[in-house]
Design a protein around this ligand. Sequence first.
Ligand code: FAD
Ligand code: NAI
Length: 508
Amino acid sequence: FRLLRWTFRLTYLSAIGFVGWVAYTVWVQRNPNDQIEPDPNKKTLVILGTGWGSVSLLKKLDTENYNVVVISPRNYFLFTPLLPSCTTGTIEHRSIMEPVRNILRHKRASVKFYEAEATKIDYEKRIVYAKDDSEIKGESVEAEVPFDMLVVGVGAENATFGIPGVREHSCFLKEVGDAQKIRKQIMDCVETASFKDQSPEEKKRLLHTVVVGGGPTGVEFAGELQDFYMEDLRKWIPDIKEYFQVTLVEALPNVLPMFSKQLIDYTESTFKEEHITIRTKTMVKKVTDKTIEAEVTKPDGTKELEVMPYGLLVWATGNAVRGVVKDLMQQIPAQKDARRGLNVNEYLVVNGTENIWAVGDCAVANYAPTAQVAAQEGAFLARLFNTMAKTDEIEQQLKELSAKQAVAKNGDRDAILDEIEERQRQLRRIKQIGPFKYSHQGSLAYIGAEKAVADVSWLSGNFASGGTLTYLFWKSAYLSMCFSTRNRMLVVMDWLKAKFFGRDVSRE
Ligand code: FAD
Ligand code: NAI
């Protein structure tokens, strides 16, 4: 009984402690402290973008050391790994967005944020040209923002390889707006196919979704869409049962090239069970409003042109360099051989410059363009900049101490010398920051039907797994990686809502 009583007391106290902690966290979140105002004597650090790289830098940066200015057309951070789930309404898009204002308002010193696009970076003049591209415009639409230090974290745009018709007729999957457009078009195709007197051929076309690109974006979207059909659409609109079809088109001989052979085979067999068609060795060459034209390589090596009608086309063929980055590359002679983005050194400094750093998908540092890499690069830069600020401060103190020592009397001189030595020791310790080293935690992808694949680095080895348990791991991993507690709660609520009540099939 005594044990039971103690267990009860401990549980009771932990519950009170937990509620208290949640209440305190919420209170702190809702009531930020006053911030230190920018100091014009400090260096101006301009950060472009509010994605994985830039936000990870901002999170850890001691903003009181610089005048920090953030420029991005998006005033929020987007948790991209769960974006494919927004296309079918499994997760609502706002659940994976974190307002950048919340992030900045909790920093010690205030940070200026301009919701604008950097249209040009003038390397010589050290100026970023920014343009407000939002719907509502004021008298000031374009501005020049000077910088002492610049971090380019603008990500990448969608690769189309100049294939005709892609931009006009397909949906991409990179931004919130893309996911909303896809969600709307799925329901539009379904309702249009169900319209009175629609011919069977037209129903078949409208209910055929073609996903181009068998990388993780294409695979995850195909899996999510098939889930939507299996769990919701076919129940509420049984008429579409015979016609609904998802086809994944990939130019290479297999999908998910970055995963191990075992997981590629597992993904392909799972897709087969889910009735998702995979068309490998099929390269799309042209897109029209209702069809794609693809070159298919047959087993004997011959090539054949095939036309596939579609209702919804989702284009996920990877990344291309943004215009503003291309322009900067052209200004720097050391970047003349760069193709996939800004070549950076091991401290993420853009080669050929001294005061420009690049992070994430726009930087080429021999790592895959993933959120994991971008986040680690951002965190590294924060450490580097915090260290640089401390170094500047100590060097200034050393100068002052040396001047003092020169005029000091004998007795005082020894004390000053001790202080100088202490500062020099501090400086040596701080300067020990090594170059950036990426630590790969593994790759994860959802493949539909409550299954996921994972290639995880574990105890200096690799561990490959696929299935329902991996799906639970995928869920918990991404939940823990969400930006804030608020995001985590919203995502859990969305998952529960979809499980209990099904996904919303209304077209907004
Ligand atoms: P982004 O996060 O794309 O951010 C770029 C920022 O720059 C944005 O705020 C943008 O608005 C801003 N910007 C754009 N143009 C300008 C401009 N001209 N001036 C100023 N700002 C500008 N990676 C993983 O590791 N795991 C995953 O599970 C995963 N899932 C993904 C799912 C999807 C659907 C997608 C599309 C990607 C996924 N990725 C994943 C890849 C990951 O999202 C990217 O590698 C990551 O976002 C790169 O971070 P970044 O900071 O370079 O760019
Ligand atoms: P990707 O570059 O990984 O894959 C694109 C695929 O499209 C390639 O396999 C390519 O062969 C194919 N392709 C290109 N042109 C084609 C054509 N004309 N016809 C048919 N197929 C064509 O691109 P994705 O999936 O958009 O990913 C971009 C980056 O984001 C990658 O680095 C990826 O690792 C990362 N990412 C990671 C995720 C995860 O870890 N779960 C999820 C989504 C993206």
